[in-house]
Design a protein. Structure first.
Length: 578
């Protein structure tokens, strides 16, 4: 199946009073310069210098003393102001996160410009320069807060007002990236939009996410839940945008290892024993400058090994039932070979025992694939520990190039490859364990983006962004490629490789399928999201004119037949011989 979606967003031209600065990969610093009497200072030179990279940008205040630096890359800035007849004033440690608008208002004091004043603290003010709501989650929070399994940054959405608790959706095969889902402001989860540096990161328009960058590679996470600009893209819930770390003039790196196991886990009351777990999360990152103040790099590698023997409690037919002895049943079993054509006048089997000669030989072969129950009774009478493995390798690489005082280019590439294996309950016979998802699955994913910023003048800035996010997911049932149904004597099932394997058998009252595999398997899924965006920001006095376009092409490919599975399904219900 191929689906093509063309969306052109942000086609309106707005003239606003500097109240809206939604930006997918950058931020804005603005403020007002006054003298000690409170009068505004026009024509003052204002400089923003990023602490880690040494890059600078300058502008001058307008007639009303206001200044603005749109489309600044995230970082820690020092804002300096110079004007003849006044002392130089600087304020450091101005933290700029993506899609944020910190205000820096400074007051000049009369004196020589060679004298300087450093402002080290400023009382926080109510956000009045933007109308959207949400939360910016900084690096110090992402690095130190408990995140649960896989250290997934999406757990942090639990801190955002209006969100539900993040949860794992679908099977480990389908959700190979181990993404988490949440609902925002009462909207369905497909209404959320997840991005990596402004590039679409969604499977099937929000159903799941293609990539989940490691928390150690993330600089900050921006979550906007309402009133955000069209520039951030489509969403009825939240727009969550991840910004990866960048290199700086100083080399920096780290290595890490997190582990957990089941040594101290308590046994579930209904399980015969404790399931086994060995989980390891380890990797490292390194960043720095190839050319000081000009060219920077950052890279990371992560490997996750999740090995388990998971617990499974199923209900399967007991030995006497398989042999035709239904004497324990309170329901009378009638001989379908007796009586009239309409079913009346049938004779019950003596003692509710079906003679062995009357049992279908194919049915006996199928029942012979099942092990004996591990406990008495007909409900939850089989317990087993089944091997499960999910090994994931992922990496990120990012380059930032300050080409000139007016040009900045940034590029990144992320790759991930989860490999999943789940053993079936009954070997080649499959079974209902883990939702009947038993087999192997491999997903190859990558996400790449290129961002170029051009400063044409103090009042005109342009951003150009392009990127691709792609995944290819293949999953196969454990008996894929075999003629299991044909070998049992069931014709017309294994007609090609895609329909290979064992037919499914459902029997009312037991864990289903009693034999067989999930109707969803096998599948081949792939999707490519191609993004191209261009945004222009024009300052006109105290007003901002913003316009641009965001074009996205989505190609979705799917090979799957899951209604009754490509191998078919037999269902045996109650009262068939009454």
């Amino acid at each position: 199946m191929k689906v093509r979606l063309y969306a052109v967003i942000l086609t309106a031209l707005s003239v606003l009073t500097a109240l809206s600065f939604g930006q997918a990969v950058n931020g804005t610093i603005l403020g007002t310069i006054t003298d000690i009497t409170g009068a505004t200072v026009a024509g003052a030179k204002v400089t923003a210098q990023e602490t880690n990279t040494g890059t600078t940008r300058s502008t001058v205040t307008n007639d009303t003393g206001n200044f603005e630096f749109p489309n600044l890359p995230p970082g820690i800035y020092t804002i300096s102001v110079e004007q003849a007849g006044f002392k130089k004033v600087s304020r450091g440690n101005v933290e700029l996160a993506v899609n944020s608008t910190p205000r820096v208002d400074l007051a000049l004091q009369p004196g020589n410009v060679n004298e300087s004043i450093d402002v080290t603290a400023e009382a926080p003010v109510l956000q009045s320069d933007r109308a959207d709501t949400g939360r910016a989650i900084a690096q110090v929070q992402t690095a130190n807060m408990p995140l649960g399994t896989n250290r997934n940054y999406q757990s942090l959405l639990n801190l955002v007002p209006g969100t539900t608790r993040a949860s794992f959706q679908h099977s480990q095969f389908f959700n190979a990236a181990s993404s988490l889902q949440t609902q925002v402001n009462g909207q369905m989860r497909q209404g959320n939009n997840y991005q990596i540096e402004g590039i679409d990161n969604n499977q099937r328009t929000g159903l799941l996410q293609i990539m989940v960058p490691p928390i150690e590679a993330i600089q900050n996470v921006d979550v906007s839940t309402s009133n955000f600009d069209a520039e951030l893209g489509r969403a009825s819930g939240a727009v969550t945008n991840v910004i990866l770390k960048s290199g700086g003039n100083q080399y920096h790196g780290g290595a890490y290892w997190f582990t957990r196991n089941s040594e101290f886990n308590a046994r579930n009351y209904f399980d015969a024993t404790v399931g086994h777990l060995v989980y390891n999360y380890f990797g490292g990152n390194f960043g720095g400058a190839l050319v000081k103040n000009k060219l920077f790099f950052f890279g990371d590698y992560l490997r996750i090994t999740d090995h388990q023997a998971n617990t499974n409690l199923l209900g399967i037919p007991a030995a006497d039932i398989r042999g035709g002895n239904l004497s324990r049943s309170a329901t009378t079993i009638y001989d379908p070979a007796t009586g009239n054509a309409d079913g009346t006048g049938r004779t019950p089997f003596a003692g509710n025992i079906i003679p062995t000669s009357r049992l279908n030989p194919i049915s006996l072969k199928i029942l012979g694939l099942l092990p004996n129950p591990t406990a008495a009774g007909d409900n939850n009478n089989w317990f087993g520990l089944l091997p499960f493995r999910k090994d994931t390798d992922s990496m990120d690489w990012k380059m930032d190039w300050n080409m000139s005082a007016s040009d900045r280019l940034s590029g990144r590439f992320s790759f991930s490859r989860p490999v999943v294996f789940q053993a079936p309950a009954f070997g080649a016979a499959g079974g209902a364990a883990q939702g009947a998802f038993a087999g192997t699955g491999v997903q190859k994913s990558y996400s790449t983006g290129l961002n170029y910023n051009r400063i044409f003048s103090n009042t005109l800035v342009a951003e150009f962004r392009a990127g691709v996010a792609h995944y290819n997911n293949k999953a196969q049932n454990a008996d894929f490629g075999t003629n299991a149904s044909q070998q049992l004597g069931i014709p017309g099932v294994n007609i090609d490789q895609y329909s290979s394997g064992l037919v499914g058998i459902n029997i009312n009252g037991f864990s289903n399928p009693v034999v067989g595999f999930s109707a969803s398997l096998p599948w081949v899924r792939a999707e490519a999201n191609i993004d191209m965006a261009n945004t222009w920001t024009k300052n006109a006095g105290n007003h901002t004119v913003k316009f641009g376009a965001d074009i996205r092409r989505v190609r979705d490919e799917l090979l799957q037949m899951q209604t009754f599975s490509p191998r078919g399904l037999y269902t045996f219900a109650d009262a068939q011989t009454s």
